[in-house]
Design a protein around this ligand. Structure first.
Ligand code: AHR
Length: 655
């Protein structure tokens, strides 16, 4: 890694023979080129790296419903006598949630029967915060008492309460109790002690912190959602990623199984559970507590357009490559049609009513959907055609995102690119997991793309400081800087590129499979990487029209290691300049503005910079590489901007 970074620094420095001489940039403010879509910069969400279960979905109990392959995974059970804690399976009467625990207490005293849950790599517990504990139960007659306690890493109690379930009979009931924690702990646990006489069946043993996003019961981690909201993303793509495809078709993501009461959402293994032999995660499952309703709600909360991606009748082609035959594709296509009705349908429609019953009678206003994730080959094209015909004939204005495979070039890409353009695809999804050099070198990628026809969605990208799926990849300043350089090219070509999102989004420090990732979390904290701040700066400073910015009459895409894009925001009458200096020397620039009568006397300058290309943010130093804002004085119609070594600057000025 060190050797690699030296090579990069050296080659970038070589590109700056005379770095101190002032570079004359020309900005044609009066020649707006293209509209920048409100969707331009968005986020890509996938349940990878404990992104959903164990991450943004704030449930603290792992395997709350005993449905993991090993029913007691995550639980330590202390029994008084053989058979007094049994896993019962009622799979013939309840396929979605077959298992529960039967606890028989026979004069049990405190300490005789205990259930301890380890959480997702421990439980993050905050002093004085309220914790909402609940479970479903069923008993013939009352007789047992449950003591619920939070434990610190040493097993000491740090808060708790007792519950004596009162209901009896055949029906299942829900019991709830809330209490405050008395200490902060990163690696806490939950202990339940059962005392008394009786037989009680327990299921959906659950605990949520009291500070979820918007204080929704059973909701999401507020700090993680806030980091997304702070980006003001134009869209949110969900639920992936490869998770859409599944290892085989039986493990594909099926949105209909992720809605309705949580206890009826059927658990599914997470394909990242076993994908990488070097990062096995045997306790990774999808409870779907975060399901499609919640994704739509999240999109609405953060003002992002929802972009669901659906399975196209093909499982992951790196894994099983299973396909549904064309004459068995109907249920897949129907899922897509029904999803549009679920999101947008009137409450009188079947799926609109389901949405309404879940608490959202007004439509979610879904405008687009992806068909297939990273699928490729003629098998993809023939399935895609069937989906497209069915969806477009019912919803002609609905936009479809099509896959161009796993890589931004090569035979598979060329084949698909050609076929999709022949089909007049609305939006083509391109993925680039490449080294930083690729990002610097490809800042002009879209300058030569066809201006008419299909639009581009840079659906997944991230610079890899080592190589794809290497555990040594770091979210360092070099990766972020190279992405910023590349993104100036996306913005310059906003007439072609309508959407872009970094991937993956979240990673749990103790439970990741894939790195690099935009945001890192543990059970208590979260922080944005330098790459996060690049994404955020582009998104918050989007503007709505591209204007030309040139150096020596050419686009600014690598000359003297400079990369630039310019936009105006016609609503606020501002000019927005983004300038990347990828060299190790400060560079003086002078911007001449064509078509501006008068400039404000000051502008706002935000700079992301580090002299160390290997610098990373961390839990202890989350803002090591983070934006610094200042005001710069302006006079006349020229702007002199000094770009620090290895910097990304955003200038906003009223025009
Ligand atoms: O972002 C991680 C994975 O990379 C996604 O699941 C997949 O689409 C891509 O290969």
């Amino acid at each position: 890694m060190r050797k690699f970074s030296f090579l990069i620094i050296a080659s970038l420095a070589l590109g700056v023979p005379n770095a101190r001489s002032q570079k004359q940039l020309m900005v044609k403010v009066n020649q707006p080129k293209a509209d920048i879509q409100p969707t331009m910069w968005g986020v890509f969400f996938e349940d990878i790296n404990l992104g959903a279960d164990g991450g943004i979905y704030a449930e603290m109990v792992k395997n709350r419903s005993f449905e993991f392959f090993r029913p007691l995974m995550g639980w330590a059970v202390k029994r008084k006598a053989e058979g007094d804690v049994l896993v019962v399976n009622r799979k013939d009467v309840n396929t979605a949630n077959p298992r529960y625990l039967r606890v028989t207490a026979n004069n049990a005293s405190k300490g005789d029967i205990e259930l301890v849950n380890e959480g997702f790599r421990g439980m993050g517990i905050k002093k004085d915060l309220r914790y909402d504990f609940s479970f479903m139960y069923h008993q013939q007659q009352p007789g047992v008492k449950l003591t619920v306690e939070l434990l610190d890493a040493n097993g000491k109690s740090i808060g708790g309460t007792t519950i004596t379930p009162q209901e009896s009979g055949d029906a299942w009931h829900k019991a709830t109790a809330s209490f405050n924690a008395t200490a902060t702990e990163l690696k806490g646990k939950l202990k339940i002690t059962i005392e008394g006489n009786g037989i009680i069946d327990l299921d959906m043993i659950s605990m949520f912190p009291g500070d979820t996003w918007k204080n929704r019961p059973g909701g999401m981690r507020a700090d993680m959602v806030q980091l997304l909201a702070d980006m003001k993303p134009g869209f949110i793509r969900f639920p992936g990623g490869c998770i859409v495809e599944g290892f085989d078709l039986s493990q594909r993501y099926q949105w209909k199984k992720t809605i309705g009461p949580v206890e009826e959402r059927q658990l599914l293994i997470n394909r990242w559970n076993f994908e990488f032999a070097h990062r096995p995660t045997p306790d990774y499952f999808q409870t779907f507590g975060l399901g499609f309703f919640e994704y739509f709600q999240l999109a609405e909360d953060i003002g992002a357009e929802p972009l669901p991606i659906l399975n196209c009748g093909m499982a992951c082609q790196f894994n099983s490559a299973e396909v549904a035959t064309l004459d068995e594709l109907d249920p897949y296509v129907q899922d897509a049609l029904d999803l549009i009705e679920f999101a947008n349908g009137d409450v009188s429609t079947k799926w609109g009513k389901v949405r309404s019953d879940m608490g959202h009678p007004t439509p979610f206003n879904l405008k687009m959907m992806g068909v297939g994730n990273e699928n490729w080959g003629p098998q993809y094209v023939e399935r895609l055609k069937i989906f497209t015909k069915a969806i477009k004939s019912k919803y002609p204005d609905f936009k479809l995102v099509n896959s161009s495979g796993t890589d931004p070039n090569g035979e598979r890409f060329d084949y698909l690119n050609n076929e999709l353009r022949k089909m007049n695809a609305d939006i083509i999804d391109e993925h680039y997991y490449r080294k930083p050099e690729w990002f610097f070198e490809n800042a002009k990628r879209y300058d030569s793309y066809p201006r008419n026809g299909s639009k581009i969605f840079g659906g997944e990208y991230a610079a890899q400081s080592d190589k794809t799926v290497s555990v040594d990849n770091r979210n360092c300043w070099l990766t972020a800087l190279s992405e910023a350089a590349f993104m100036t090219g996306l913005e310059r070509n906003a007439d072609v590129v309508n959407m872009a999102s970094y991937a993956p989004l979240f990673a749990h420090a103790d439970g990741w499979q894939w790195t690099p990732d935009l945001i890192w979390v543990n059970n208590l904290k979260s922080y944005g990487t330098p790459d996060y701040y690049v994404q955020q700066l582009f998104s918050l400073n989007k503007g709505n029209k591209v204007v030309p910015i040139t150096l020596n009459n050419d686009v600014v895409a690598g000359q003297d290691s400079l990369y630039a894009a310019a936009a105006i925001d016609t609503k606020t009458s501002e000019l927005i300049i983004k300038l990347v200096n990828a060299s190790n020397k400060a560079q003086e620039t002078s911007l001449s503005l064509d078509g501006v009568k008068k400039l404000a006397s000051q502008g706002s300058l935000t700079v992301l910079q580090s002299d160390d290309l290997m610098a990373v943010n961390s839990f202890n130093d989350p803002a090591k590489v983070s934006p610094k804002q200042s005001t710069i004085k302006l006079s006349g119609k020229k702007i002199n901007l000094s770009a620090a070594p290895y910097s990304f600057s955003v200038l906003r000025v009223k025009i």
